[in-house]
Design a protein around this ligand. Structure first.
Ligand SMILES: *[C@@H]1O[C@H](CO)[C@@H](O)[C@H](O)[C@H]1NC(C)=O
Ligand SMILES: *[C@@H]1O[C@H](CO)[C@@H](O)[C@H](O)[C@H]1NC(C)=O
Length: 155
């Protein structure tokens, strides 16, 4: 039992020494995101069109603090991305919230498979945005939850 625990601890240490330091900070349970995943998200953002700057928080050092980004509390890996159009009405976002607001707040652009190469990503919600008929990204197979409904992806 003890050996097992030690093994798991060492494995964790080997994977992310950086985070060990943080989790042993003074009473702080705050985990920071991994630099490599941060860089991936920066690329992802770079390819997006975000006219109203919904992703303005995507600039601070810790990407776990970014709007819509959920990290694992223990490892700091990015597990979830929630970027649905905020006022989504499943049937008609346009009519319910006005075309002007929609054209301002929707996200668009492109998503390359390398731009979201996050090994631990499980949940991606981009629903009700407007990706103008681009291909569905190929990494989607590995996700447990994917919602691209009403976001203008073609299959
Ligand atoms: C992670 O931490 C946040 C804030 O401290 C908390 O709201 C959330 O429930 C935690 N998630 C898990 C899976 O423990
Ligand atoms: C997918 O997103 C739409 C629009 O945001 C929402 O109405 C629907 O409930 C979501 N589907 C699932 C399975 O969560």
């Amino acid at each position: 039992m003890e050996t097992m625990t030690l093994f798991r601890f060492l494995k964790f240490l080997a994977i992310s020494p950086f985070h060990i330091c943080f989790s042993y900070g003074i009473g702080s349970s705050k985990i920071m995101c991994l630099e490599i995943e941060r860089q991936t998200l920066v690329k992802f953002k770079h390819d997006l069109k975000d006219p109203s700057n919904r992703l303005s928080s995507w600039a601070v050092i810790d990407c776990c603090q970014w709007t819509g980004v959920v990290c694992d509390n223990f490892t700091g890996h990015v597990h979830e991305i929630h970027l649905r159009y905020p006022y989504c009405h499943p049937d008609s976002p346009f009519e319910s919230y006005g075309f002007k607001a929609y054209s301002r707040l929707k996200l668009g652009g492109r998503i390359s498979s390398s731009s979201l190469d996050l090994k631990h990503l499980r949940h991606l919600d981009l629903s009700c945005n407007d990706f103008g008929g681009i291909q569905m990204p190929s990494f989607i197979d590995s996700l447990m939850y994917l919602n691209l409904s009403g976001a203008g992806f073609s299959v």
